[in-house]
Design a binder for this molecule. Structure first.
Ligand SMILES: Nc1ncnc2c1ncn2[C@@H]1O[C@H](COP(=O)(O)OP(=O)(O)O)[C@@H](O)[C@H]1O
Ligand SMILES: [Mg+2]
Length: 345
């Protein structure tokens, strides 16, 4: 587990000044989870990743890996503990004149591991990432996805507890990205490691991440479990992760809602029919997505509700949806405070 606390990072700037690019970052990355860090270019993602891998020293604050504060270590202690963190570099970081096996062996050779053990370990690693048959090839003979697998095998060579990936899937086509992401999930599940995945691709976050932190101008502005953020109708990152585009309803007497699937209970698949029956209303679907995220349905939809007889207040509709495990936000009625309510247990 990694615990980042009150981390600040300043860089010296021309004219004797300095700029703070990370302000008071708190982030916990539990074992066996994939944490995505997203944010616009220049937000400080790479700097954060370098502070975790100890390529940069935090100006203040701490990075604990399983309780050990790596940022205060030096010399041999630092080199030893640094092995706990593996970094997946861009595939271009492979040495072109060395074979795949030699590339993966580099960190082991560097440590002075004996030749036979290196050979055995390298072949295990290559099997693990699905390219056991490519040991004697050169990077130039491999596809982009295969090169990325070599990079992952090399990052795993010293049995790290944490794997850091800074935009390692950018530039790969979607199918290859998909296969690399499923490999990362397998590594999370089989090795129990935590993975910090820096990315600007929302699809990547939705497909693979357990939790996400949004970095903007050096500050974490939103963080939490991907499912919870998607379920929160007021979360900005939740909306980016599961966007909905809808057609505005034309009838002025229609109530419009944004509905998200809560995480505490299974939402009945026929909730639209239930709503229609309960309210004797016409319910229109204007746009939306329902999909499996992390093993359960997540969804965000825009609906319209038009009454045929008896009128209902927006908060009553929201309360009924809430009882079905859904969160509702009125898009054209009362302000938020009026019917934001706790999800009933
Ligand atoms: N070594 C450095 N010296 C000075 N400024 C730096 C250095 N590294 C990064 N920065 C600045 O820190 C900010 C964050 O950069 P970076 O962490 O690379 O962002 P991201 O990876 O989110 O695009 C940028 O404004 C960048 O110019
Ligand atoms: Mg970067």
């Amino acid at each position: 587990m990694i615990t980042i606390s009150a981390l600040c990072k300043r860089f010296d700037a021309p004219g004797g000044k300095s700029v703070e690019v990370l302000h008071n970052i708190d982030l916990e990355v539990p074992d066996r989870t994939i944490t995505a860090v997203v944010g616009p270019s220049g937000a400080g993602k790479t700097t954060l990743s370098k502070c975790v891998s100890l390529l940069e020293k935090p100006t203040s604050g701490s990075v604990l890996v399983n309780g050990t504060n790596l940022s205060v270590l030096t010399g041999a202690d630092l080199r030893k503990e640094r092995r706990a963190i593996g970094t997946i570099f861009q595939s271009s970081a492979l040495l072109r004149r060395k074979t795949v096996a030699e590339n993966v062996a580099l960190p082991l050779d560097y440590l002075g591991v004996v030749r036979e053990d290196v050979h055995k370990r390298v072949h295990e690693l290559l099997d693990h990432v699905g390219i056991g048959d490519k040991a004697d090839r050169y990077p130039g003979e491999l596809s982009g996805g295969q090169r990325q697998r070599v990079g992952i095998a090399r990052a795993l060579a010293l049995q790290p507890q944490v794997l850091l990936s800074d935009e390692s899937t950018s530039g790969l086509d979607p199918e290859v990205t998909g296969s690399i992401l499923s490999l990362l999930k397998t590594l999370r599940d089989e090795l129990g490691i935590s993975i910090i995945l820096i990315t600007h691709e929302m699809d990547v976050v939705r497909t693979v991440a357990d939790q996400v932190a949004v970095l903007r101008a050096g500050t974490i502005v939103e963080s939490g479990s991907v499912r919870n953020l998607i379920a929160d109708p007021y979360s900005q990152i939740g909306r980016q992760l599961l966007p909905v585009r809808s057609t505005p309803a034309r009838e002025p007497e229609t109530l419009l809602f944004e509905v998200t699937y809560g995480t505490r209970r299974v939402v009945p698949a026929d909730w639209v029919s239930l709503l229609t029956e309960k309210l004797r209303a016409r319910v229109g679907l204007l746009g939306g997505v329902v999909e499996d995220i992390g093993g359960a349905s997540s969804g965000r939809l825009h609906i319209s509700v038009t009454f045929q007889g008896l009128q209902h207040e927006p908060q009553d509709i929201a309360a009924y949806l809430n009882s079905l495990g859904l969160h509702a936000k009125a898009l054209n009625a009362a302000p938020r405070a009026q019917f934001e309510m706790a999800e009933t247990a």
